[in-house]
Design a protein around this ligand. Sequence first.
Ligand code: ADP
Length: 251
Amino acid sequence: MTKGVIEFRNVSFRYPGTKELVLDHVSLKIEPSEKIAVVGKNGSGKTTLVKLLCRLYEPEEGEILWNGKNIREYDLREWQKIFAIVFQDYSLLSLTLGQNVAASEQYEAERAKEVLQLAGFGERLNKLKKGLETVVYPEYEQDGVSFSGGEEQKIAIARAIYKGGQICILDEPTAALDPVSESRVYESFDEIVKGKTAVYISHRLSSCKFSDRIFVLDNGKIAESGTHEALLSQNGLYAQLWQAQAQYYKV
Ligand code: ADP
């Protein structure tokens, strides 16, 4: 599928069997190739927004459109092909590193190396005796390696880059990284997503530097939206979050 405009029109949602609305009449529009940050406290509905976009769930009310057409009208497999996503709860498999990156048994070694490099895993890869053939998780294999949380996140990011896709979504992929590594991940991702739509989801604000526009979610509602500068001068929720985290991100 080619480039497109994403639009949420008055979307509300609650998880099956629960009472609380997790998204409450959300309307937003993302232009092709735009870089968007969705920020807000934990539990404000950011991941849910992405799950609806990928059609893991359906809105209870309202609609989600791609170039003006309801996303439900697209073939589900075709629709899901356009996303390269790193979810918060990504999972690695007890296969080799290369297979984990490609998410398949066969992989292109050169490309796998390249994307691991882009994800900031290059140095670590060079130190692995078996390189891409290293089995992830030692309990299944004698020579297996158990990676740290931060390293696993980098592998998950490499997997999304390897897959490719028109819409790149990073959902809190950097939670286990320190602020410097976090900034590096966004920096390299910024290179990779050139010309594509990118949605960065985080309760931390380092992604905002790399975004054209920011949506601030609060209790399932879009509380504020705009550029970093505009939101700071608005002196609202975004400005509050920024002040609270400023020691990490001030340049
Ligand atoms: P965020 O990404 O901003 O941290 P989420 O979208 O993950 O927020 O969650 C929003 C709200 O929905 C939270 O209150 C969370 O507990 C609830 N929630 C998330 N997933 C489920 C689920 N599968 N079933 C029921 N409630 C859920």
